[in-house]
Design a protein around this ligand. Structure first.
Ligand code: ADP
Ligand code: MG
Length: 319
């Protein structure tokens, strides 16, 4: 009989780097951790539920990758260096092939990002994955959503909107296996390196784009009690996204689509974005500026403007 202890040993032991801060990992009632001195601990927890956060057709390796990527993206938005994580896995059956593939995706990202799996839990039930992550920032240097000032620039990493377009393709079963839009959905890249650079770059507020650019920038504006003007012509649109739908559809994906896990941040208007992009390993674009109020305004090339409601993004409990 295979019990959960065998499963854990077989699929999760030795999967991730050991971690200097993890004195004892999985196997005991508690893991023991020794954080580096003079650091603040940044922690976050996320749950992915089948058919809510990913389609039931998602490959197990992609689910494993994504479950960890969400948490790593939160650490990136805080400017934190990944340390350790806990994984709570609820699945309908002890399916060895499924678990092996899940662990493969989870482990690949964990090794690349240097995060150590310190423990977890496993039980039977509808497919649901909870990952808690922890990382470290220099004392008092963690990034938050509060602190954007009128006159600051608004910046964005990468080319968001691609995951939403990938989801549309994936649900319509029209995607090819190496479709970059579906890759953006299934294997999001947490912007860890960029986040670490931001912590020392004088950035005033930061968030990861998990629910859509308008909604997530909206969270910065609410927390910081400011407004923003975003210039439509400055928005970075990946060629493959531009080619995937009408102009209106592309704009909806870009402003309202979640799951890209890019970083949106504010800071000095003339921030060295080339330097940041070079050090952070991902393009950075200035898309607008922070204003004293007025909500989130989208300014068109001809000067026309519209106010974006912060309800564009995904909400679990809205009617
Ligand atoms: P307990 O009964 O004390 O809750 P568990 O049976 O849940 O213990 O877990 C036994 C050990 O295996 C613990 O150290 C726990 O951290 C680890 N563990 C359980 N599930 C996982 C998992 N999915 N990944 C990594 N470690 C796990
Ligand atoms: Mg347990």
């Amino acid at each position: 009989m295979t019990d959960e202890f065998d499963l854990i040993r077989r699929h999760f032991a030795g999967l991730t780097p050991a971690g200097e801060d993890v004195l004892r990992g999985p196997g005991d009632d508690c893991a023991f951790l020794r954080p580096p001195p003079d650091r603040d601990l940044a922690v976050s927890i996320d749950t992915l539920v089948e058919d809510i956060h990913f389609p039931a057709t998602t490959a197990p390796g992609d689910i494993g990758w994504k479950a960890l990527a969400c948490g790593l993206s939160d650490l990136a938005a805080a400017g934190a260096r990944p340390g350790w994580c806990l994984l709570s896995l609820t699945c309908p059956a002890a399916d060895e092939a499924w678990l092996a593939a899940f662990a493969d995706g989870f482990g690949a990202l964990a090794r690349r990002e240097g995060i150590s799996l310190a423990g977890g839990d496993m039980s039977r039930g509808g497919l649901s994955i909870t990952v808690q992550v922890a990382g470290y920032v220099e004392r008092g240097r963690g990034l938050t959503r509060t602190g954007a000032q009128p006159g600051d620039g608004v910046f964005l990493s990468g080319w968001p909107g691609r995951a939403a377009a990938g989801l549309a393709r994936s649900l319509a079963s029209t995607g090819q296996p190496d479709d970059p839009l579906i890759k953006a959905l299934d294997r999001p890249q947490p912007r860890t390196r960029l986040g670490l650079e931001l912590a020392g770059a004088g950035v005033s507020a930061c968030i990861d784009v998990s629910d859509g650019l308008a909604a997530d920038l909206g969270h910065i504006l609410t927390a910081s009690e400011v407004g923003a003007e975003v210039e439509a012509t400055a928005l970075p649109i990946a060629p493959e996204l531009a080619a995937a739908g009408s102009r209106a559809q592309v704009r909806e994906w870009l402003l309202g689509g979640g799951d890209d896990y890019e970083l949106c941040f504010t800071g000095p208007y003339d921030l060295d974005i080339e330097g940041l992009a070079e050090a952070g390993g991902i393009a950075v674009t200035r898309i607008g500026r922070i204003t004293a109020g007025g909500g989130l305004q989208l300014v068109e090339a001809e000067g026309g403007r519209s106010t974006l409601a912060d309800t564009v993004g995904y909400r679990h409990f809205s009617s």
